[in-house]
Design a protein around this ligand. Structure first.
Ligand code: AMP
Length: 185
C-alpha cells in the first residue's frame, strides 16, 4: 500500500505517519528527515540544500525527486510506503505518478490533515525544531499555501483524497486515519 500524507507543517504528519507505517508494516519516507540527515552528514546534497532548510523554502524539485527515486527502490518499500511531506508541488506529484506507474505500484490513498493556522502556530512554536523560529515558520506556511495546497485539488480530482480533521487529540486523529485506510483496503 502506498499512501501520501498531505498537510501544513505542524499538522502532525510525522507522528501520525510513523505510527501508521509501523501498524501497516510498510516503510516511512520523510523527505524532510532525509534532507536534514544529508545536511548533518555534509554530503554534496546536504550542502546544496542547507540554505533552503534554514529559510523554510522548498528545495528544488529535481533534488527531492532524485532522493525519492533512490529511496523507493530499496527493498523495505516493496510491501509499500508512506510519503510524509512529499510531494509538495504539482511537478513533484506528476513525477511521483510517473515513477509509480513505471513500477506498476500506484498510490492507494492521500490523507490530508486539516487544521487552522492559529493551532499550527501554537504547535510549531512548542516543537522547537531547528527550523521552527517565527520567520521560518511563516515562510513554511506560505510555501504550503502557494505550492503545496494545490495538491488537494490534484488528488481530489484523482479520487484519492481523504481529508481528516487534525485538530483533535493524537488518538482521535489516528483513529480517523485508520478508518480512511480501511475504506480503501
Ligand atoms: P518537513 O520535515 O517535511 O517539514 O521538511 C522540512 C524542510 O525540508 C522543508 O521546509 C523544505 O525546506 C524541505 N523539504 C522537505 N520535503 C520537501 C519536498 N518534498 N520538496 C521540497 N522541499 C522539501
Amino acid at each position: 500500500m502506498r499512501i501520501v500524507f498531505l498537510g501544513p507543517p505542524g499538522a502532525g504528519k510525522g507522528t501520525q505517519s510513523v505510527r501508521l507505517a509501523k501498524e501497516l508494516g510498510i516503510a516511512h519516507l520523510s523527505t524532510g528527515e532525509m534532507l536534514r540527515a544529508a545536511r548533518v552528514r555534509r554530503t554534496d546534497l546536504g550542502l546544496l540544500v542547507a540554505d533552503y532548510l534554514d529559510n523554510g523554502q522548498l528545495v528544488p524539485d529535481q533534488m527531492v525527486l532524485d532522493i525519492v527515486a533512490d529511496r523507493t527502490a530499496l527493498a523495505d518499500c516493496q510491501p509499500g510506503c508512506i510519503f510524509d511531506g512529499f510531494p509538495r508541488t504539482i511537478a513533484q506529484a506528476e513525477a511521483l505518478d510517473r515513477l509509480l506507474a513505471q513500477r506498476h505500484t500506484p498510490l492507494d490513498l492521500v490523507i490530508e490533515l486539516v487544521i487552522d493556522q492559529g493551532e499550527l502556530l501554537k504547535r510549531l512554536m512548542k516543537r522547537g525544531r531547528g527550523d521552527d523560529n517565527m520567520a521560518t515558520i511563516q515562510q513554511r506556511l506560505q510555501s504550503y499555501e502557494n505550492q503545496t495546497a494545490p495538491l488537494v485539488k490534484y488528488y481530489s480530482e484523482r479520487r484519492l483524497l481523504n481529508s481528516v480533521n487534525a485538530a483533535g487529540s493524537a488518538e482521535d486523529v489516528y483513529n480517523a486515519i485508520v478508518a480512511a485506510v480501511e475504506s480503501v483496503k
